[in-house]
Design a protein around this ligand. Structure first.
Ligand SMILES: *Cc1c(COP(=O)(O)O)cnc(C)c1O
Length: 360
């Protein structure tokens, strides 16, 4: 029996996608072998690669002004690649810090060039996102970097910031394709697939062509976005199975009705868990301030660590897995990514109410 999977990443995948992959595994489209065993230059794989790029752009409403690169290396590699490609000597990159992943992105950029922290909400323990008026942007920064959803703290921008004509870059690893947004406001968006849109191993980099045209070319070819764009993400061997799975997940999102439909479903799921927090009479303490609550990662504390351990263990005994908070912050974290079914949130909300009643 499938469990209720609240893992933070790698995370739950749509059951229909897993079943389709299983059915196609040993004999892909009558070729007598699996897609894992084929050339990445084959007609079959090329179709998968093209389909994933086309679906991605269609879901985000992007024209051919944008490219979608499907790369290895994870979001962590992009922390460095963004600076290697766009942070030239004599320029400065602005970082807005709302949690642990933004800090890591900044640390990598610092190794490569000059940076400015345009805003940080570290002081309150990363419970909020800054107001637009509190962003202290540099004069003509190379780019402005944000993290749309901080996976560890559970803090999400409800409204993504507008920086006008400045190049805006977002790490959307944990909320990409979870809700509609105006993707044309971004020069570059990147996301590791393993939270919201697929398995580990592939990272999507969505990049505006006019921004890409400005990328540096003095780094090793493998670290150049231009190299990967010119070669349609086939410069070297791509993570073929991960891209295949990603394409199936994108098809699944299309089938549900695209981003408006998935956003409604995600909002209902998050409301169930935040409702259980807010109705517990203070037994559960949400980490994020209400206006910055993440719909993807719900983070909260119980009155003490012993109760948190007991909560996670009892939930696990009831087939609810992956609820321990990140090792750096503790507490409880329920990740409610796209593929998590509403029934899992109903089960967790009921468990939370019962646990609070017994222990509160
Ligand atoms: C998980 C995560 C990362 C790191 O992803 P890797 O694929 O492990 O490199 C970066 N940013 C955010 C927001 C994440 O959630």
């Amino acid at each position: 029996m499938a469990v209720h999977n609240f893992n933070a990443g790698p995370a739950v995948l749509p059951q229909a996608v897993l079943e389709r992959a299983q059915a196609e595994l040993c004999d892909y489209q009558g070729r007598g072998m699996s897609i894992l065993e084929m050339s990445h230059r084959s007609k079959q794989y090329e179709a998968v690669n093209t389909s994933a790029e086309t679906r991605f752009k269609a879901l985000l409403g992007l024209s051919d002004d944008y490219r979608v690169l499907l790369l290895q290396g994870g979001a962590s590699s992009q922390f460095a690649l963004i600076a290697l490609n766009f942070l030239a000597p004599g320029t400065v990159a602005d970082y807005v810090l709302t949690g642990a992943w933004g800090e890591k992105a900044l640390e990598e950029a610092k190794r490569i060039g000059q940076t400015n922290v345009a805003a940080t909400t570290a002081e309150g323990g990363y419970r909020t996102v800054p107001a637009r008026a509190d962003l202290h942007l540099s004069d003509q920064p190379a780019y402005v970097h944000i993290t749309s959803n901080e996976t560890i703290q559970g803090v999400q921008w409800a409204d993504l910031p507008d920086v006008g004509a400045l190049p805006l870059i977002a790490d959307m690893s944990s909320d990409i394709l979870a809700r509609p947004f105006d993707a044309t406001k971004f020069a570059l968006i990147y996301a590791g697939a393993q939270k919201n849109i697929g398995p580990a191993g592939v990272t999507a980099v969505i990049i505006r062509q006019s921004f890409l045209d400005r990328a540096r070319t003095d780094q090793p070819a493998i670290f150049s976005y231009k190299t990967h764009a010119k070669n349609n993400s086939l410069y070297n061997t791509p993570p073929v199975f991960a891209v295949y799975m990603l394409d199936l997940v994108l098809g699944w999102i299309e089938g549900l009705g695209g981003l408006p439909a998935i956003a409604e479903r995600n909002a209902r799921k998050a409301a169930l868990i935040y409702g259980a927090i807010d109705q517990s009479g203070g037994f559960y303490q949400g980490h994020a301030a209400p206006a910055s609550r993440s719909q993807m990662n719900v983070t909260f504390r119980l009155p003490n660590e012993a109760l948190e351990k007991q909560f996670v263990a009892e939930a696990q005994a009831q087939s609810m897995v992956g609820l321990a908070g990140h090792r750096s912050v503790g507490g409880v974290r329920a990740s409610l990514y796209n593929a998590l079914e509403e029934t899992s949130c109903v089960a967790l909300a009921a468990f939370m109410a019962e646990f609070a009643r017994k222990q509160g």
